[in-house]
Write a protein that binds this ligand. Sequence first.
Ligand SMILES: NC(=S)c1ccno1
Length: 227
Amino acid sequence: MSIFPDYFAPLHLSLVGKALGKGLLELGVHDLRQWTHDRHNTVDDTPYGGGAGMVMKPEPWGECFDALLDGLEEPPVLVVPTPSGIPFSQPIAYELSEKSHLLFACGRYEGIDRRVMEHAATRMEVRELSLGDYVLNGGEVATLAMVEAVVRLIPGVIGNPESLTEESHSDGQDQLLEYPVYTKPPSWRGLDVPEVLFSGHHARIAEWRREQAVELTRLRRPDLLPE
Ligand SMILES: NC(=S)c1ccno1
């Protein structure tokens, strides 16, 4: 749900697009203005208590929920991308990938009237999630990122599911950052591929990759290292 539905055209590309084509998931993009009734399709108003900017009115959201939940066998999960949310993470992506229906509420302006999330919580699970400690102009870009992170975990979307086990933040990597990867040529602009990767000695290669992952994590994300 967004006032800029065209933001989601990229979801018809690449892996998500292929998954849609294979029927592994369905995608609906809903223009919130469809649930306004004035000639200007107004979705915002001035904030109570004063302050800069505008706040998204609750009425269009409520009517949008009514329409989208109508006829659903079970309630969806409402995901609200917001800088004030719980940090989005790979474990949360896995959790969401197992849900049957996700709704993404893309806020704009100074945000969505708080009563929208309070009302939504009476009829579905609500997850206010943040991509990081920075502010975007709206929830659309964050939704694109979250949808990609979630959809790629749906069985059948990624050709080789093994590749999911060795990437950063995966269980197969103990949530460490991913080790460096190389391909041909063996030497490029004076830079050589580490010899161990030519050894054919799988145990040594695995050990080297683990060491690299631990070192990279220690340098960049010591918070991810096991206690
Ligand atoms: N950091 C996130 S998710 C966000 C949403 C809107 N602005 O920032």
